[in-house]
Design a protein. Sequence first.
Length: 103
Amino acid sequence: MDTEVRTAGHGSIHAMGIWLATVEYSFVQEAPGDIEAKIYVTNGERDLSSDSIFAEEMILELEDGRWGRIETLGGSARNGVYRVHIVGGLSAAPIRNALQPGA
C-alpha cells in the first residue's frame, strides 16, 4: 500500500511574527512527522540558512494554512533554494492567520 503524500504549492516563511519570504515548496511525506521539503524563495529574504539570525524561529506556512517549524539542511542564499526539515511535522491551520500578509 502506497502511503506517500506529494505536496507542492506556494507558501511563506515567518520568524518571530515577521514575514520573511514567499516561497514555492515541494515535498513527499512518507510518515506524519518526517518531512523534508525543498523551498525556493520567490520574494523577500533569501538568506534562510542555518546561520540566519532567524534560523531558530523559522516557520513554513503552506497555502492550505498548515504550518511547521523548519530547520535548514542545506542551500544557498545566492539562488534562494533550500532543503529544509519540518520539525515535528505539520500543524493544522488556523493559528497562523495573524501572519498572513495584509492581515
